[in-house]
Design a protein around this ligand. Structure first.
Ligand code: DDH
Length: 285
């Protein structure tokens, strides 16, 4: 039974939990994708929807879900994210009252939690906007660059060094695809479980340039099966960044706590919320 106030459907937490549960169920049902989960690409969709935010002009961010439209959907950085949007189509059909922009960030939260990550408090309030709100290309990070670029991109969103490093731990998840970014391979041996392994591997493995025809990337010397992007390696080249990499490599609890806070902040950038209250979703068994 739906709750109606003045003819408008006002969903309560239990309704959003139903959306969460549906996403969790679909993640289990569609375990034949990539490394066995749509989880990583859902996290990337939520991040790319949010990471276009510009604090100065207050444009971009997860409000709007403008990646549905060709100019933004076709940006090079968003290659492959149709897989995540298509995955969520049946969820939108079953719960038509949720906006795409709330759905994408909720799916990011669900994916992180279902991949054994920390709870990410979340609140609704995003509205879908038309094509005129698409952001210009170039707001997301370029993996071939280093510290200076990382700070330029993430300071623009409002993040400091510690937050940049905490956010980057998402690369414990998923992989690079040659037909999407041109890069190749996963960062960790367990790309469908969130751990602090990304930091551990950065600190403990020896990394060398991969010899191949593709873009400049790094591989671990011992197994040659893992990868790091130039932007990942920048986190141990830079003294300030490296101090946080060391901290998170030693302390998974500290990583989970900071990751939860910074992802919550990322998914809320630029959203004119009407409610202060956040909800926390119950993970599936
Ligand atoms: Fe990332 N990321 N990311 N990333 N990212 C890629 C994949 C994934 C950069 C580049 C790439 C974050 C930060 C950065 C995830 C989450 C997050 C790929 C490979 C590239 C390239 C895409 C492909 O070929 O399919 C760069 C550069 C940065 C940076 O400068 C810091 C952040 C902040 C997050 C986050 O979620 C908070 C995830 C998950 C993936 C794996 C996707 C998949 O399909 O698997």
């Amino acid at each position: 039974e739906q709750v109606k106030a003045a003819g408008v459907f006002t969903p309560k937490q239990e309704y959003y939990q139903k959306v969460y549960d549906k996403i969790a169920q679909l993640l289990v049902e569609h375990d034949n994708y990539d490394d066995g989960s749509y989880g990583p690409v859902l996290v990337r969709l939520a991040w790319h929807a949010s990471g276009t935010y510009d604090a100065e002009t207050k444009t971009g961010g997860s409000n709007g879900a403008t990646m549905r439209f060709p100019p933004e959907g076709d940006h090079g950085a968003n290659a492959g994210l149709h897989a995540a949007r298509d995955f969520l189509d049946p969820v939108k059909k079953e719960f038509p009252w949720i906006t795409y922009s709330d759905l994408w960030t909720l799916a990011g939260v669900a994916a992180i939690q279902e991949m054994q990550g920390p709870k990410i408090p979340w609140r609704p309030g995003r509205n879908d906007r038309d094509v005129s709100y698409c952001t210009p290309d170039g707001r997301l990070p370029d993996a071939s660059k280093e510290q200076k670029h990382l700070r330029a991109i993430f300071n623009r969103m409002g993040f400091n060094d510690q937050e940049i490093v905490a956010l980057s731990g998402a690369h414990a998840l998923g992989r690079c695809h040659t037909d999407r970014s041109g890069f190749s391979g996963p960062w960790t041996f367990s790309p469908t479980t969130l751990t602090n392994d990304y930091y551990k591997l950065l600190m403990e493995e020896k990394w060398a340039y991969k010899k191949w025809d593709g873009p400049k990337q790094f591989e671990d010397v011992s197994t040659k099966s893992l990868m790091m992007l130039p932007t990942d390696m920048a986190l141990i080249k830079d003294k300030s960044f490296k101090s946080y990499v060391e901290k998170y490599a030693k302390d998974n609890d500290a990583f989970f706590k900071d990751f939860s806070n910074v992802v919550m902040k990322l998914f809320e950038l630029g959203v004119p919320f009407e409610t202060e209250e956040r909800m926390t979703f119950k993970p599936s068994e």
